[in-house]
Design a protein around this ligand. Structure first.
Ligand code: ADP
Ligand code: MG
Length: 229
């Protein structure tokens, strides 16, 4: 069914693909989980095996849920969105999570208002992923600095800079590969899906990182206008 879905559907965005796959898989996985639990009840001799089955199924479900969180209205809209207000909303949303992790988010917004042609909810999802990764990279807490600025040539730059664990050199080329994760409970979806979202709206993603110093993710978008504030 998935192969058919991939062939026949018009895959306009990462969200369509993610939602389609996740919906196809969630049902059979849930049924497998149910039958595994039934078997476990009848068979007391293999509880070690069932523990592995259960935790692996949970991992698959976690990945599918994350994929579903990228789902979007069928027709993704594209209009000039105020990037500053979008970032303010996302920061407000993640503030509790940051506080629990002892992370202070510093947003250095310019006085102008930046507009970028995009789908608001998709772009928010992308920003949420970068901020979550930054928080997760600072297990002892720290400062996450978000800077918005205008570059020469009508381009807008958004950077997320953390003081986290950084990315070891040998992993740098792998970040952004689908399902690549260095976290015990990671899915390896956030970065690659976010990159696709940003690229859908004609942006680029750059990663600068130094192990044990920190990471900067820079997004560069073509501007669809600014208003002096
Ligand atoms: P996940 O967060 O589930 O591991 P992602 O796709 O969001 O998946 O990230 C993939 C990997 O990229 C992470 O496991 C981590 O190794 C690395 N990474 C992403 N962002 C950062 C960051 N800000 N600091 C350090 N490593 C990062
Ligand atoms: Mg992540």
């Amino acid at each position: 069914a998935i192969a058919a879905f991939l062939k026949t559907e018009q895959l306009s965005t990462a969200g369509d693909l993610a939602e389609g796959i996740a919906r196809e898989l969630l049902q059979p996985i849930t049924s497998i989980k149910g039958f595994a639990q039934l078997l476990e009840r009848e068979d007391q001799t293999n509880s070690g095996y069932f523990a592995v089955i259960n935790s692996e199924i949970d991992r698959v479900v976690r990945i599918l849920r994350e994929l579903l969180s990228f789902s979007e209205p069928k027709f993704s809209t594209q209009k000039a969105e105020n990037l500053i207000s979008l970032l303010n909303e996302v920061i407000l949303f993640l503030e509790p999570q940051a506080r629990i992790a002892n992370v202070r988010i510093v947003f250095d917004a310019p006085t102008e208002i930046f507009f970028v042609d995009c789908d608001r909810s998709q772009m928010k999802q992308a920003f949420i992923n970068y901020i979550k990764n930054a928080i997760e990279a600072m297990p002892k807490g720290g400062i996450l600095t978000i800077v918005c600025k205008q570059l020469p040539g009508r381009q807008l730059s958004v950077t997320f800079t953390d003081q986290g664990v950084g990315v070891p050199k040998e992993f740098l080329s792998k970040i952004g590969n689908l399902f690549f994760t260095t976290k015990e409970n990671g899915t390896g979806l956030g970065f690659s899906v976010s990159k696709r979202i940003v690229e859908t709206f004609h942006g680029t993603v750059k990663l600068f990182s130094k192990e044990n110093v920190g990471t900067t993710i820079q997004l560069i978008f073509p501007s669809s206008g600014t208003i002096k504030g």
